[in-house]
Design a protein around this ligand. Structure first.
Ligand SMILES: [Zn+2]
Length: 388
């Protein structure tokens, strides 16, 4: 193995060459283990299991024994490349061309992990090999999958051995157009449900003998789509209920179906918790149904609650550092999908700042070398301020 030192481009390139499509480790965690051990970190590798899911490997590394403790979190697993022939550079080659590094995971999020490692190694080299506190890496291989054998278990494992975290930076690619334009301080919650209308099956020519559930379905769907769930809050856009599928599954033309279903997803803000959200939706469905429509909602279990990280000296330091290094004042965002921050927020305040998300999960996922250099500089300066 070559010696990557604290060069984020070499670290990122080497990580991109590991084919770590979820749930495969692909050599990515082994690589990080070698690099971090070489810099004096104590490294743990854990494999977590869950019935019905593939085993997944994870890594936890720490240097230092005292507070304050800054955790760098992330994932080395990636989504599949799609057809490799559609790529201008092979998805797991780690090619650099015209100042751009190509590969699956370049921005989501091996690139950001490389920048964090580079920043940490450079900080340690400049400070006699020891932080004035603790730095840790909490890296999972189960973020892009169903996320049951990753960060959620890794955090529990760490808490059980007495690890205490003061702050976390997660490296998801939340910048929209250019590095430094966005930092994520919160995420909306996500809740799935199925609206089920019961009717009575019968011959389509004798509707008076049947009870068509489609009428009730349309009525309740309309009611649930008509009125917004709220007007938004200080930190979030309005919550949104979106129907994703209508399922009747009737293969014949002369039969009134006995049941009709519609699946939906709600992205909700901090005006709600799980219980109040479900109560609100059911109240609206009940009002629309009156005593004519027989209905129920089957709610799926969710582990994606809404959260917002309160502004603090730490968030202030991250924001000001981004401005100093990139020249841009980042927008404080809580939009988009969910992330592992939803698990981390139960252990310490978490902010999300990584690369630009434009090519994540896309063909020709790529990152400018200049972005890797600049993001490393952001993390490096955060370390100076954090332990200064
Ligand atoms: Zn990601």
């Amino acid at each position: 193995m070559n010696r990557p030192g604290s060069d984020p481009v070499i670290l990122a390139r080497d990580l991109l060459r590991c084919p770590s499509v979820t749930p495969a480790e692909g050599g990515a965690l082994a690589y990080l283990e070698t690099v971090l051990k070489g810099a004096g970190f104590t490294v743990h590798r854990m494999t977590f299991s869950e019935p019905g899911a593939a085993d997944v490997e994870n890594l936890y590394a720490r240097i230092g024994t005292t507070a304050p403790h800054l955790m760098f979190a992330g994932h080395t697993d990636v989504v599949p490349s799609g057809d490799p022939k559609s790529w201008s550079h092979a998805p797991f080659a780690g090619d650099v061309a015209d100042g751009v590094l190509f590969g699956r995971g370049a921005v989501d999020m091996k690139g950001a992990i490389a920048c964090k490692v580079a920043a940490a190694l450079d900080y340690l080299a400049a400070n006699g090999g020891k932080p004035k506190g603790s730095i840790s890496f909490l890296i999972t291989g189960d973020e892009e999958g169903i996320a049951v054998n990753g960060t959620i278990k890794l955090l529990k494992w760490a808490a059980e051995r007495g690890e205490k975290f003061d702050h976390c930076i997660l490296g998801e690619p939340g910048n929209v157009d250019i590095l430094g334009d966005t930092i994520k301080l919160g995420r909306r919650g996500s809740q799935n449900g199925v609206l089920v209308i019961s009717g009575k099956q019968g011959h389509v020519a004798y509707p008076h003998r049947a009870d068509n559930p489609v009428r009730g379905l349309v009525k309740l769907m309309t009611a649930l789509m008509d009125e917004p769930l709220d007007k938004g809050s200080d930190h979030f856009d309005p919550s949104n209920l979106e129907f994703t599928s209508i399922d009747i599954g009737n293969p014949t033309v002369n039969l009134i179906p006995g049941e009709a279903r519609a699946r939906f997803n709600i992205r909700f803000n901090d005006c709600h918790n799980y219980a109040s959200l479900k109560a609100l939706v059911e109240k609206r469905a009940a009002a629309a149904a009156g005593d004519k429509v027989r209905w129920r909602i089957d709610w799926e279990p969710s582990n994606a609650d809404v959260f917002y990280t309160k502004p603090s000296a730490f968030t202030e330091a991250v924001v000001s550092t981004i401005a100093e290094v990139t020249g841009r004042k980042p927008k404080l965002s809580s939009s988009g999908g969910t992330s592992d921050a939803r698990f981390i927020k139960d252990y310490c305040p978490v902010v999300e700042f990584g690369l630009v998300g434009q090519t994540m999960h896309a063909i020709d996922e790529q990152v400018p070398v200049a972005d890797l250099t600049q993001l490393t500089a952001v993390y490096r300066r955060i370390l100076d301020k954090y332990f200064g």
